[in-house]
Design a protein around this ligand. Structure first.
Ligand code: UD1
Ligand code: CA
Length: 454
């Protein structure tokens, strides 16, 4: 593709969202709306993609980085005015310019591509992506001549009753002959209910000049949903969720109940993994093959190997190896690394701890700021006493060590390789390799004591 440019409009505040977060940064399946649009647009190799930013410009730029270039619209005077901000970058270019809104997260590359092709085929100066809906409220309506040609677009707030009844809407995505676009924008005024410079007014201007204005109607209204408020946001979420879940199922992942499974757009899942209901995978999650995840499990920004089982548990910002067994009711907190064949069982909390291959904490433990070697057994109730009220300290446990039940390991402390901690010990000093350590008061039995005191 050559001589194709794209402008993404994202300067609006999104007043109807009633939010401190800028509209285009609201998440749909865990990914900012604007990122969805950028991903679909950049898949088409445009010569240049320009995002017009205004409200929250810095945060939007930080989110998108250098995937696109930017123009700032300091004052939001309307969509036409927003497009004009890109004029100094594009005014002298021959070619086609796509304009798309940052608040239509469901739009797909295939549809944008079809629109571009239709535009070319019709030799049009402008082609609008339209769709049909029985609930057109809020959208600009497509007003056609008796002969069927597009005449203009009228905004909801400027429409009369007859125009409001029109069910063909402007999706907010268009293709223009680049030079014709900027020439026409120069004569757009703000004489309308909202006092804004409307981009759709370019259509009427070009049409009156006798230019060809075309409309490409997509059958999928869902894809063109514009998110202006939280109700539309929840609709977008539901549609995207279905799309994401179906893609995983097509790739060989079993979702026992897709309705009750929430998978972020940034998640990768291997074949033959089975996901039980109530599972939420958020942020960037990678799960290997043949894993069992859930029910009722939350995993965020983590990597899980193959054949690992995670039941009723929470994992944040961590790395989990192959054939690991987690849960039920385990909490793996950030910066934990669990090696292959490890086991983190019932009511075990792990934080910033590394477990070497084959190590286990099967029941009722807190293991934080720890470096656990391989084939270590941390008995029921093992606790790393990592915090002295001011600072955190590290516990090190060597390979093949055994920690008996209900032991306190008071950090900083090191248990040597093959070391053995007797149950109930409170360990304050380092233990040499292959040594047994007992740190508890000796038991005293008082013969006949109970009988005497009856
Ligand atoms: C717009 C269209 C409407 C169409 C609908 C599709 C206009 C006047 N109306 O209405 O015909 O049916 O989209 O969803 O274009 N923006 C800027 N700068 C501005 C104003 C808006 O960058 O000064 C951006 C917004 O951030 C948003 C996009 O443009 O991403 C659309 O603006 P919005 O206010 O949501 O327009 P709608 O009322 O939805
Ligand atoms: Ca909108």
């Amino acid at each position: 593709m050559s001589n194709n440019y794209a402008i993404i409009l994202a300067a609006g505040k999104g007043t109807r969202m009633k939010s401190n977060l800028y509209k285009v940064l609201h998440l749909v399946c865990g990914k900012p709306m604007i990122q969805h649009v950028v991903d679909q647009v950049t898949a088409l190799n445009f010569d240049q993609v320009i995002t017009v930013v205004g409200h929250g410009a810095d945060v939007v730029k930080e989110t998108l980085g250098d995937q696109v270039s930017y123009k700032v619209q300091a004052e939001q005077l309307g969509t036409g005015h927003a497009v004009q901000q890109a004029e100094d970058l594009l005014f002298d270019k021959e070619g086609t310019t796509l304009v798309i809104c940052g608040d239509t997260p469901l739009i797909r590359t295939e549809t944008i591509d079809a629109l571009l092709q239709f535009h070319e085929q019709e030799h049009a100066k402008a082609t609008i992506l339209t769709t049909h809906t029985e609930q057109p409220t809020g959208y600009g309506r497509i007003i056609r001549h008796d002969a069927g040609h597009v005449e203009r677009i009228v905004e909801e707030k400027d429409a009369n009753a007859q125009e409001k009844a029109v069910q063909e809407i402007n999706t907010g995505t268009y293709c223009f002959d680049n030079k014709a676009l900027f020439a026409a924008l120069a004569s757009v005024n703000n004489h309308n209910t909202q006092g804004e410079y409307y981009l759709p007014d370019v259509i009427e201007i070009l049409q009156k000049q006798g230019e060809i204005v075309a409309a490409y109607q997509t059958l999928d209204f869902d894809e063109t949903l514009g998110v202006n408020d939280r109700i539309a946001l929840s609709k977008a979420e539901a549609i995207m969720k279905k799309r994401v879940n179906q893609a995983h199922m097509k790739n060989g992942v079993t979702l026992i109940d897709p309705e009750q499974t929430y998978i972020s757009a940034g998640t990768v899942i291997g074949q033959d993994t089975v996901i039980y209901p109530g599972t939420m995978l958020t942020g960037e999650v990678t799960i290997g093959e043949a894993c069992t995840i859930g029910p009722n499990t939350e995993i965020k920004d983590s990597v899980i190997g193959n054949e690992t089982v995670v039941r009723q548990s929470v994992i944040f910002d961590s790395e989990v190896g192959n054939s690991v067994n987690i849960g039920p009711f385990a909490h793996i907190r950030p910066s934990s690394v669990l090696g292959d064949n490890t086991k983190i069982g019932n009511f075990v909390e792990v934080k910033k701890a590394k477990f070497g291959a084959g190590s286990k904490a099967s029941h009722l433990s807190y293991i934080g700021d720890a470096d656990i070697g391989s084939n270590v057994n941390l008995g029921c109730g093992s606790i790393t006493v990592n915090y002295d009220g001011t600072n955190k300290h590290v516990t090190k446990v060597g390979d093949n060590a055994f920690v008996g039940c209900n032991a306190n390991l008071i950090a900083p402390v090191t248990i040597g390789e093959g070391g053995y901690v007797a149950a109930g010990s409170t360990i304050t000093d380092d233990i040499p390799n292959d040594s047994l350590s007992i740190a508890r008061a000796r038991q005293v039995n008082k013969d006949g004591y109970m009988a005497r005191n009856k």
